[in-house]
Design a protein around this ligand. Structure first.
Ligand SMILES: O=C(O)CCC(=O)C(=O)O
Ligand SMILES: [Fe+2]
Length: 210
């Protein structure tokens, strides 16, 4: 299940974090800042975020990314997927008004937890591929299949991204920015997980045109 905490983060903290990220950002239309850079940027703010919302925990093995998307990054944004971790904390730093505002779309419990890395791999491949990404953005299919979760800057959602299939709506104009703290890795040291990490990086770079 997912937990939503509305307006958990104050404007003061949001503004300070956004300023710091703006200064560090490359300005790409779909920018993912991974560790260790994300850790450096957020170091001064971890305690403040925890003080305002005790659901926000940066565990030792957490994998934290900062994600900024504009209307030019819409293709990558609609690559629906499962995360490789059981727990994802999503903190919205910047949101966009309007119908096409990059909201997150979720389909909870599309798959179950499994001890089998083979089933894990097969379900991942079945749902995370260019064919699904061609079909699911069609409005008639998308709106039936997913639940839209409207989050504004300052809202926080905690969910199991390994069983909840998810992705985002396109953005008509403006920027949506979020922090994603992923923890509790699935099949941590398996070959297949490492391979997925590499593919993920290659794919994102290709989408970015970098
Ligand atoms: O920022 C969001 O709304 C979700 C992004 C996401 O699912 C991810 O980066 O794994
Ligand atoms: Fe995700």
């Amino acid at each position: 299940m997912h937990t939503i905490l509305k307006q958990a983060i104050s404007n003061e903290v949001l503004d300070a974090i956004n300023k710091k990220i703006d200064a560090a950002s490359s300005g790409e239309s779909f920018e993912i800042i991974p560790p260790p850079h994300s850790e450096t940027i957020l170091a001064d703010f971890k305690d403040k975020l925890f003080a305002e919302c005790d659901n926000i925990k940066f565990g030792e093995n957490a994998y934290t990314v900062i994600r900024s998307v504009t209307e030019k990054g819409n293709r990558a944004s609609q690559c629906w997927h499962f995360d490789n971790q059981r727990k994802t904390i999503l903190i919205v730093l910047r949101s966009v008004l309007g119908e096409e505002n990059g909201d997150i779309l979720i389909r909870p419990n599309l798959r179950r937890h499994t001890k089998s890395s083979l089933i894990y791999t097969l379900t991942k491949l079945f749902w995370t591929n260019p064919i699904s990404w061609l079909i699911l953005p069609r409005k008639s299919i998308r709106d039936k299949f997913f639940t839209r979760v409207s989050l504004k800057a300052g809202d926080v959602m905690v969910f199991d991204g390994s069983t909840t299939y998810h992705g985002n709506l396109p953005i008509a104009s403006g920027m949506r920015r979020s922090i994603l703290i992923h923890s509790d890795n699935l099949f941590e040291n398996s070959f297949i997980t490492k391979l997925f990490h590499v593919l993920n990086k290659v794919y994102l770079h290709k989408r970015n045109g970098t």
